[in-house]
Design a protein around this ligand. Structure first.
Ligand code: ATP
Length: 214
């Protein structure tokens, strides 16, 4: 059985994360997927919310779904949260044979060639890229950087091929599209708009109690 990871800042975790994670478990034929919140994301400004609070919100959001798990290793690791370090760790733990899937949205994939040791990622895992609706910052489905396009082209494959080997493939998948992002939710919260049905009720209560994102 393979292992799937979805990294991110989860500031806060929303239905786009949850529904995508749920669908990926079925699509890849897994029992579960691990959400891996970053402590210090290397490629963006430090999240406004404490790592422990982002972790608390994930735990609340997934508490009733055994198909979604949280892996807090990046929170326990000092320094920047490089995905390659996490993937090396997990590959070591699961052994050489089992498929390891690293799931990311197309917005994150667009910037992938700026990641630390990005070309090594497929030595440890497959990349599963979720098509994501364009967001305010621009259409990330526009062309990929040339270097990334050339590197990724020979690695493109179908899910069935990924399931047969431990790492090395890249596949693009379309899930139920949800035009929601943490950025959008933070700005809704800051302006006092309702976030009902975009966040889990337990997460909304937590945000209220802790007076986050005001
Ligand atoms: P922000 O707006 O703060 O950048 P975000 O909503 O993109 O946050 P992240 O925590 O950065 O959320 O995302 C974690 C992962 O989940 C990324 O790979 C991202 O592309 C993916 N993701 C986030 N929102 C969605 C969505 N609505 N549909 C599909 N994938 C998503």
């Amino acid at each position: 059985m393979g292992v799937a990871l979805m990294g991110g800042t989860f500031d806060p975790i929303h239905i786009g994360h949850l529904r995508s994670a749920e669908e990926i478990v079925s699509l890849l034929g897994l029992n579960s997927i691990r959400l891996v919140p970053s402590n210090i994301p290397p490629h963006r400004s430090l999240p406004g919310t404490a790592a422990t609070q982002r972790l608390d919100m994930i735990k609340l959001a997934i508490s009733s779904n055994e198909r979604l798990e949280v892996d807090d290793r990046e929170m326990r690791r000092e320094g920047r949260s490089y995905s390659i370090d996490t993937l090396c760790d997990i590959r070591f733990e699961i052994g050489k044979e089992r498929p390891l899937y690293f799931v990311l949205g197309s917005d994150a994939y667009q910037l992938f060639s700026e990641w630390h040791r990005w070309q090594e990622v497929t030595r440890y895992a497959h990349l599963v890229v979720i098509d994501r609706p364009p967001i305010a910052e621009g259409d990330h489905r526009a062309g990929l950087p040339k270097e990334l396009e050339i590197w990724s082209e020979p690695k493109q494959c179908e899910i069935e091929e990924m399931q047969r080997c431990p790492a090395g493939g890249i596949c693009h998948i379309e899930l139920t599209q949800m035009d929601v992002s943490s950025t959008k939710i933070r700005s809704m919260l800051a302006t006092g708009m309702s976030t009902r049905y975009l966040l889990s009720d337990s997460v909304r209560r937590y945000i209220d109690e802790k007076e986050l994102y005001r």
